[in-house]
Structures are given as C-alpha cells and as structure tokens.
Design a protein around this ligand. Structure first.
Ligand SMILES: Cc1ncc(COP(=O)(O)O)c(C=O)c1O
Length: 398
C-alpha cells in the first residue's frame, strides 16, 4: 500500500487517539535502523519509546518467537508454562525481588502493584491503609487507576472523577512526602527517573530518604521501572543507582524486546499477600510472550547491553554538552545511561523533532521545549556521531 492510502484508512477506521501521526509507515528494521515503505532509512533514537532495547529484529529474538510460535502460542495459566518459570527465575536471580507476576503492559503491571499494596495491608488486618502517594509529573499508565496515579492533569481531566484517589507530592521534596503520609497511606509509588514528563531525575538523598520514611511508617515502596528499567539507565534496574531496594517494582516496555509483556515483582513477604484468586490474567505470562522476553533478557545480559548503555549514554551526554556550549538554544542535558532529555530554552522542540525526522533521525518531544532520546541499547559511537552532527546542523539553521 502507498503511504497516503494507509493514512486515509487510518483516518476512516482507527479511533483518533493519536491525532496526526508522523507521516511515515515503517516496513522493516534491523539494529538501530528502520526503513519505511518507500525505502528511506532512519536512525531510531526513540526505540519505540524505550521498547526496542535490543534493536530491531534481533535474530535471537526473532528466532525465539518463531520457535515458540511453531510449538505453542498460548495456553491458560490453569497449566504450568515452561518459558514463564524460566523468565521468572532469570528476573528474580538478577534483581532484588523474590517473586514475579506477568501482565501484558506497563499500566497493567502497575495496576497489579497497586492491588498488591492494598491487599497486603488488608491481609495484615489494616484495611484503612489503601491510599498511595505518587509524584507530580509522574506517568504510570492509561487505565483508570494508573491515570489516577499519574501526576499530570492532562491525562486525568477528561476522565474525572477518578477512582481510586492518589495523593501527589513534588519530586525530591522529602518534607512534602512526610507531611502527606497519613493513617490511610499504604504505599509510595515512584519512577526513579520520570520518563513521560521529560526525563526528570530523583536524587540519591531523596530516594534513600523515601526508603527510610517508608520503613519508619511501615508502608511499602513501589518503583515504576516500566521505562527506566532493564538497562535503559546504565544499570539493569534504575534502583541500583540509588542504593535503595523497593518492596515492589514493575517492568514492561523493553522486557519483551517489542513483544507485549509487563511484570510485577516483589519481595516474598509482600508477594505472599496475593493468594489464589486474588489476581490473574488470561494472556499475562503466556508461552509466546515469555519466550520473547526470555530471549530479550538473555540478549541484554549476554551482549553486555547494560554496560553499553552506560558507556554510550555517557558519550551521548558528553557530545550533547558540547552542543550546549555551542548553541544557546539548549538549556540543560538531563539523564542517565540512554535515557536522555534535552531541555530547550525556547519552544522549538516539535520543529527540531520534525527536522530530525526529515534527515532520517527519530527522536521524541515532550511538550514544547524538551527533546527525548531513548535509543536501542546496542547503539554505537558512530550512530551517536551521526546524530550529533545532524542535530548540530539543525540547531545552527534555527
Ligand atoms: C513509567 C511508565 N509507567 C507506565 C507506563 C505505561 O505503560 P504501557 O503503555 O505499557 O501501559 C509507561 C508508558 O509510557 C511509563 O513510561
């Protein structure tokens, strides 16, 4: 099909939740590159919004999906599933968690985390503890509960009244959090590095303080690592940067290397609050999704992608800082590993994103003044050099 025919069909048949999309339709990908249906090559510096960590169509991932699909795509969780237990073991052995539950997306994993925190206190005989405190500017998903948890009006307003209620406090403000904790609080839920609001970092002192507060008050700490987990920040899990372990954390995005899967992970004493019938999923943890995620995880670990994320992230930031010295348009470079935000002091973010696109580079924009980069973790210095010189040219033109 031609691009204009696809766009026409999209306008006619698809719900208009994405508005006017970038006018391109990708046909295939390899590594960090994508090719559109007209044969034009792109460098993917957004990675499907932090999903394509192992690059596009990694042969080991493709092979794992093919092999599993030929054997068994789905069976119910009424039965034992080999790829599911193998993936659970790999995640537990490489993290601070003892138990795992698989969902189909980040929002669904977070729903599970919210339910687990609530039921944990119910089963302890403290049903009055049901409220969760989250951060302003956070993003936790698009289901009703995760929209309520999200600290951004634009996602909430169209659906209010929202239920359940989540109290919001500013990022890196321990005093505000301490004041907000009350007799109904069961947990605090935090993205160690906020993604959707433009790469906002929590500080080590803050997260260590939050952990201490949660311990003192006897409440749970939940980390949403849907975007910042699995090597994205130069550590396998973002919490490792802070010397803090959560009681519960969630993953999705990069977990399946592009195949939809989410995960809810918890320490044993918390996980045991879920008893038969308390939670479930038809598709969550099915053989195909788990085989894909198992392959993606094995690639991340065996190809040293966490180390590459740290190294290439440092190189990218170093090069962006050189651009900052040259172009007054750049106000700040924020990030860890390959989760990077370019804060502009003007409202050119969409213009810059579009110019990058014209030159074959895919980047993201947040609002009017932040550019966001989330490239595959396999990225090389040469890829970064190409992007930096393209961005340099665009900034000079503006
Ligand atoms: C931190 C965070 N949590 C949750 C989600 C929701 O994930 P999903 O879109 O897979 O439901 C996202 C998606 O951007 C996210 O960045």
């Amino acid at each position: 099909m031609k691009l204009n025919e696809i766009i026409e069909m999209d306008k006619k048949y698809y719900m208009n939740t994405f508005g006017d999309r970038t006018p391109v339709c990708f046909d295939y990908g390899k590594g960090i590159n994508l090719w559109d249906i007209e044969g034009k090559k792109y460098y993917d510096f957004l990675g499907g919004i932090a999903v394509s960590a192992v690059g596009h169509s990694h042969p080991k991932l493709v092979n794992a999906i093919k092999t599993q699909a030929e054997k068994l795509i789905h069976c119910s969780n009424l039965y034992y599933i080999e790829p599911q237990v193998k993936l659970a073991k790999l995640l537990v052995e490489n993290s601070c968690a003892d138990k795992v539950f698989f969902a189909n997306s980040g929002a669904e994993a977070n729903e599970g985390a919210i339910k687990l925190a609530r039921i944990y206190f119910k089963k302890k005989g403290m049903p009055e503890k049901y409220e969760i405190i989250t951060l302003e500017k956070s993003f936790h998903g698009r289901t009703l509960a995760t929209i309520a948890a999200t600290g951004q009006d634009k996602y909430q307003k169209p659906y209010s009244p929202l239920t359940p209620k989540f109290l919001k406090v500013p990022i890196n403000d321990l005093e505000a959090l301490e004041k907000a904790i009350n007799g109904t609080t069961c947990a605090v839920m935090i993205e160690p590095i906020q993604g959707e609001s433009g790469v906002n970092l929590t500080t080590i002192e803050y997260l260590q303080g939050v952990r201490k507060l949660c311990d003192e008050k006897g409440i749970l700490l939940i980390f949403d690592e849907v975007q910042c987990g699995l090597g994205r920040t130069g550590k396998l899990f973002a919490y490792e940067h802070f010397g803090v372990e959560p009681d519960i954390f969630t993953l999705a995005k990069a977990l399946g290397g592009g195949f939809p899967i989410g995960a809810l992970l918890a320490k044993d004493h918390v996980a045991s609050a879920f008893e038969p019938g308390d939670h479930g999923s038809t598709f969550g943890g099915n053989p195909l999704a788990c085989a894909a995620a198992l392959a993606a995880m094995e690639i991340i670990l065996s190809e040293n992608l966490v180390e590459n994320s740290e190294k290439m992230g440092n190189y990218l930031v170093e090069k962006l800082l050189e651009l900052k010295n040259k172009h007054s348009l750049i106000e700040e470079i924020r990030g860890k590993g390959l989760m990077v935000g370019i804060q502009l002091n003007s409202e050119n973010a969409v213009e810059i994103k579009n110019k990058c696109f014209e030159k074959g580079y895919l980047v993201g924009s947040v609002g009017k003044n932040i550019i966001r980069l989330l490239p595959p973790l396999i990225i090389s210095k040469e890829d970064i050099d190409g992007f930096i010189s393209t961005l340099d040219g665009i900034l000079s033109d503006i």
